[in-house]
Design a protein around this ligand. Structure first.
Ligand SMILES: C[S@@+](CC[C@H](N)C(=O)[O-])C[C@H]1O[C@@H](n2cnc3c(N)ncnc32)[C@H](O)[C@@H]1O
Length: 255
């Protein structure tokens, strides 16, 4: 089952529900949490989660978190994920984008989908991640490290990538300028990696928190893609500074 040391081939593993796991300092659970003994800020977070329609929808549709709907909305609008696509999902935990990607590219390839091309999905996260059937998961792995990127290349074994996704977010310090700088650095790492692995015509989505360096990132992307769009899906909370840059149709790069 293991493709090589440190790389898990998780196609055949099933996740039992209910489950609970942590990501980005938060605990995610498929069960309703109790408010007892929690701090006010934790209580407020739990109350917001409980009244959020996307959280409820995520439960109903068996997604690990509400973020799934952000990718679904962007995919609906920009037609990013196709059966047979090769997808890299950076910052994948707890795994809802990976679940969406596996479904869209048919990388679990159930019998009823045998007529569709089989895709490949690789999810990477710093955190521990519960397996997603149909995806390779590099968990407890820093995407910015050479070691992790080499593992991704090993899994690809020469295949070009159709879509690079990044929902990566550094642990927020609360200092807007610093948090912005850190997420922009992650985005640039994703761009550099994307430049090396994307097929011409491929797509890249990266999340950032708005700030002064957004134009720099948009400019860098505009030199790599035919079109660059700023996306704020309805499922992204309006009070959040997050937006996504969608780079469409990767251009052949001069060597
Ligand atoms: C908002 S969450 C991603 C949610 C995910 N897209 C989903 O739908 O389940 C952001 C994730 O980025 C991860 N992350 C931040 N920096 C990273 C890095 N350098 N390498 C890999 N993952 C990173 C965090 O651990 C966190 O789990």
């Amino acid at each position: 089952m293991a493709a090589s040391r440190g790389i898990l081939m998780l196609r055949d593993m099933k996740v039992a529900f209910p489950y609970q796991f942590s990501s980005g300092g938060r605990w995610y659970s498929s069960k309703s949490p109790s408010l007892k003994g929690k701090s006010t800020s934790s209580q407020n977070w739990i109350k917001r989660q409980l009244s959020d329609p996307y959280v409820k929808k995520a439960r109903t549709e068996n997604y690990r978190c509400r973020s799934a709907f952000k990718l679904l909305e962007m995919d609906e609008k920009h037609r990013l994920l196709q059966p047979g696509s090769v997808v890299i999902d950076c910052g994948a935990a707890p795994g809802s984008w990976t679940q969406v990607a596996v479904d869209k590219v048919c990388s679990a390839n159930q019998e009823h989908e045998a007529s569709k091309a089989k895709g490949l999905v690789i999810g990477i996260d710093l955190e521990h991640m519960v397996p997603v059937e149909g995806a390779y998961i590099l968990h407890q792995s820093d995407f910015t490290s050479q070691n992790t990127q080499q593992k991704i290349l090993n899994i690809l074994s020469g295949r070009q990538v159709d879509v690079v996704l990044s929902d990566m977010a550094p642990r927020a310090t609360g200092q807007k300028a610093l948090d912005h700088e850190q997420i922009i650095n992650l985005c640039f790492t994703v761009l550099i990696f994307g430049r090396n692995v994307l097929r011409p015509g491929g797509h890249l989505v990266c999340k950032l928190w708005q700030g002064s360096d957004q134009p720099k990132l948009e400019h860098a992307m505009s030199t790599m893609f035919k079109k660059v769009k700023v996306a704020k899906p309805d499922s992204s909370r309006s009070e959040s500074a997050e937006v996504f840059l969608v780079g469409k149709n990767f251009l052949e790069q001069k060597k």
